[in-house]
Design a protein around this ligand. Structure first.
Ligand SMILES: NC(=O)c1cnc(N)c2cc(Br)sc12
Length: 314
C-alpha cells in the first residue's frame, strides 16, 4: 500500500478510536491496539516527514514551549450570562420573555460547567485555532494546549467550517490526583478544579497541559451558515460531527419544568465526575434569540441559575 494511503487510513482509524474512548467513553478496541497503530503512524511520519500534518493524531502534544500567548480577537464576542438565584427570579425571567415574545417559547436547560470558557475554530473540518474567552472580545491563542485535550477532535467527521464555544474543565478525579501529587512533592495545591484547569491552560509548555487530563464540553455553535434552526439542534449537530457534548440537557416548556430540572441537579451534582456551578437556561429557537437580542454584556435569551454556595465541609 502507498505510504500516504496508509497514513490516511491510520489517521481515520485512530481518530475514530480516540472519539470512542475520550468522547463516548466507550472504546471498541483495547489500548494496546490503539498504541500499536499510533506507533506505526509515528514511525511513518518520522521516516516520511512530508506526510506529517497538523491535524494528525500524533500532533496533540505540541513542540517547544511558547515565549508568550498571541492575542486573538473574537469575531463574535464571548458574552457572559445574567444570573438568577431563586425560583422567583427564574419565573420573573421567563415572564419577561413571554411578554417580549407574546408566547412561551421552548427552552433548553443545560449544566453550567465550572471550568474555563474557550473558543475552537474549525476550517474544513480541521481545528485551526483554540482561544480563551479573555475579556469576551480579546482572548489568548492557546491552540497548542487545547490540542492536548483528547475529547477535542483535531478533525471533525465532516469537513465543516464553524466556531465551537465550550468549557475546558478538569474532572474531579484528575483534580484529586493532581493535588495528591503536588502535596507529595510539596508544591502549592490548587483550590478547585476551575483554578487547576485555568492554570493548566495558561502553561506555555503544552507538555504540562497534556499531563493534566483536562476535558471539554461544547455548549455553543457560531456559524455564518444556517446549519440548524435551534440550540438543541446545534448540540445534536456538534455531537454528530464528533464534538463532545454533555448528554445532560433537556428541553422545557414551562418555568416549573425548568425548576424541576434545576432541583434534580441541586442533589445530583455531587455524583457528577466534574464540577458544575449552576444550570444554564436558553430560549431554544434562533429566531426567538434574534428577536430578544442582547443587553450591553449578556444575551436576553439566556440566564444562569447559580447554585447556592456549598457549605464547605471542614
Ligand atoms: N451549557 C452552557 O451553555 C454553559 C455551560 N457552562 C458554562 N460555563 C457556560 C458559560 C456560558 Br456564557 S454558556 C455555558
Amino acid at each position: 500500500m502507498e505510504m500516504a494511503e496508509r497514513v490516511e487510513e491510520l489517521r481515520k482509524t485512530l481518530n475514530q478510536y480516540g472519539y470512542e474512548y475520550y468522547v463516548l467513553d466507550r472504546p471498541s478496541v483495547p489500548d494496546s491496539e490503539y498504541d500499536r497503530l499510533m506507533n506505526e503512524l509515528i514511525q511513518i511520519e518520522t521516516d516520511y516527514p512530508e506526510l506529517r500534518t497538523p491535524d494528525s493524531p500524533t500532533q496533540r502534544v505540541g513542540g517547544a514551549p511558547l515565549d508568550a500567548f498571541v492575542k486573538v480577537t473574537h469575531d463574535t464576542p464571548m458574552l457572559s450570562l445574567g444570573n438568577v438565584f431563586s425560583k422567583e427570579e427564574l419565573v420573573e425571567w421567563v415572564e419577561r420573555i413571554e411578554k417580549d415574545l407574546g408566547y412561551t417559547p421552548t427552552f433548553v436547560a443545560e449544566l453550567k460547567f465550572d471550568g474555563l470558557a474557550v473558543s475552537l475554530k474549525y476550517e474544513n473540518g480541521r481545528l485551526v485555532r483554540g482561544a480563551t474567552r479573555g475579556d469576551g472580545t480579546t482572548g489568548e491563542d492557546i491552540t497548542q494546549n487545547l490540542k492536548t485535550i483528547r475529547s477535542i477532535p483535531l478533525r471533525l467527521k465532516e469537513d465543516a467550517t464553524f466556531e465551537v464555544r465550550g468549557e475546558a474543565y478538569m474532572p474531579k478525579r484528575s483534580f484529586e490526583q493532581l493535588n495528591d501529587e503536588r502535596e507529595r512533592v510539596g508544591e502549592p495545591l490548587f483550590a478547585n478544579p476551575r483554578n487547576a484547569a485555568a492554570g493548566s491552560l495558561r502553561q506555555l509548555d503544552s507538555k504540562i497541559a497534556a499531563s493534566r487530563n483536562l476535558a471539554f464540553f461544547a455548549y455553543g455553535l457560531v456559524s455564518q451558515d444556517d446549519l440548524v434552526a435551534s440550540h438543541d439542534e446545534s448540540l445534536d449537530y456538534l455531537k454528530r460531527l464528533g464534538v463532545a457534548v454533555s448528554g445532560d440537557y433537556t428541553t422545557c416548556k414551562t418555568a416549573d419544568e425548568l425548576w424541576d430540572y434545576i432541583e434534580t441537579y441541586v442533589t445530583k451534582r455531587g455524583e457528577l465526575p466534574y464540577e458544575i456551578d449552576g444550570i444554564v437556561i436558553k430560549v431554544a429557537g434562533y429566531e426567538e434569540q434574534e428577536q430578544l437580542g442582547f443587553t450591553a454584556k449578556s444575551p436576553r435569551w439566556a440566564v444562569a441559575y447559580k447554585f447556592p454556595a456549598e457549605e464547605v465541609v471542614t
